[in-house]
Design a protein around this ligand. Structure first.
Ligand SMILES: C[S@@+](CC[C@H](N)C(=O)[O-])C[C@H]1O[C@@H](n2cnc3c(N)ncnc32)[C@H](O)[C@@H]1O
Length: 352
């Protein structure tokens, strides 16, 4: 074998970096769960004893955790004072739940992929799916927290205004369905912004609908926001002004069937908003860090979900605008355009 040593070294360097990131994923979860990042960001610089005492944790573990975070570049270490601290940028990503770049929930998501790995490996062999209802609990809350960041900072401010004439309807009082709503984060954010409109969230997963109902009650929105267990192909109601799919159309077995149902349920001048993971149409154009995250999530989460349902089209999380446009066209939603985008999302408008 003709091996190029420089290439081998570069590849091994990359693998060691990836190994460290993979092992640190569980420690991100620990830091998030026990409030280690939040406390350090608020009260740092601190040494391990101070952080342990403030968070009610054991110093020896916290010392090791801090060393990992410093080696990861997630916190800073001052060798003179022997104290650790977080720069504003690190704190925004790991300690501030409301920041536009909060990533602290990734530990939940990564944990779910490991916990469910035996089912997924089995599915690789059988070709069958693994439905949302067979997944680990942390996938549901991890998804809700992870996507909340983007919805909180873009949905009302940029995505809805990018749709043709939708803001005016929402301000006047519109009827809105949020399909595949999960824990209902997007539904609540819209309801808070548009008090004259009525919102209903649907999801086929009972546990998620229970969590969404609780969230609406806690937010004092229960009068204008309801949640029901229903599949995307059969949710009740007609004449909706807006029907939204947040990061879920590609998880569905029959996305064409779901959009056919949207065709029937929309008001004649209504709008369907599809929020999908950002992707280019060709595989070779998605071979980048964002594509890597989405292809991995797609393999472990989205594709098994779709294959578990009727039709099992399995669009994948990197379907891209071209395939999504074709799905909408086959469902009769022929007016289709990219309304806007972020580095992580495509916002697509589909109309009759
Ligand atoms: C990745 S999660 C997104 C949840 C939520 N929209 C969000 O953005 O946080 C996908 C959701 O689609 C739901 N789902 C999948 N297939 C469905 C179907 N056929 N009908 C209704 N909901 C479905 C799942 O239960 C899950 O809540």
């Amino acid at each position: 074998m003709d091996v190029d040593t420089d290439k081998l070294n570069a590849f091994m360097g990359k693998m060691v970096g990836d190994l460290g990131a993979a092992l640190n994923a569980s420690l991100i979860l620990v830091g998030d769960k026990l409030g280690l990042y939040k406390t350090l960001a608020e009260k740092g610089p601190m040494n391990s004893a101070e952080l342990a005492q403030t968070t009610g944790t054991a110093e020896r573990y916290v010392r090791e955790w801090l060393a990992t975070q410093a080696a990861s570049g997630y916190v800073d270490y001052d060798a003179e004072t022997k104290r650790f601290s977080m720069q504003p940028e690190q704190a925004l990503a790991l300690a501030n739940e409301d920041s536009p770049v909060f990533m602290g929930a990734i530990g939940n998501l990564v944990a779910a992929t490991f916990l469910d790995e035996p089912k997924i490996s089995e599915a690789f062999k059988s070709g069958r799916g693994v439905g949302w209802n067979r997944r680990s609990e942390c996938l549901f809350c991890g998804t809700a927290r992870f996507f909340r960041t983007g919805y909180k900072h873009h949905l009302v401010q940029e995505w809805l205004p990018a749709l043709d004439g939708v803001m005016e309807k929402l301000q006047r009082g519109a009827s809105v369905a949020d399909v595949g709503c999960g824990h209902g984060v997007s539904t609540r954010l819209m309801a808070e912004a548009f008090p004259k409109s009525r919102f209903v969230g649907f999801d086929y997963h009972e546990g998620s609908i229970e969590a969404a109902r609780l969230g609406a009650r806690q937010a004092g929105l229960a009068e204008r926001v309801t949640f029901d267990v229903a599949s995307a192909k059969s949710f009740p109601g007609r004449g909706y002004d807006l029907i939204c799919f947040f990061d879920c159309l590609h998880d569905m077995g029959d996305p064409i069937g779901a959009l056919r149902h949207v065709h029937e349920a929309l008001a004649p001048d209504g709008t369907c908003m599809l929020v999908e993971p950002f992707a280019n149409d060709r595989l070779e154009d998605n071979l980048n860090p964002v594509g890597r995250v989405y292809y991995a999530a797609s393999t472990m989460i989205c594709t098994p979900s779709s294959l578990d349902q009727e039709v099992g089209l399995a669009l994948g999380a990197q379907a891209g605008e071209g395939r999504l446009r074709e799905v909408a066209r086959q469902a009769g939603l022929s007016r289709f355009r990219r309304a806007t985008e972020t580095p992580f999302n495509l916002i697509l408008e589909a109309r009759i």
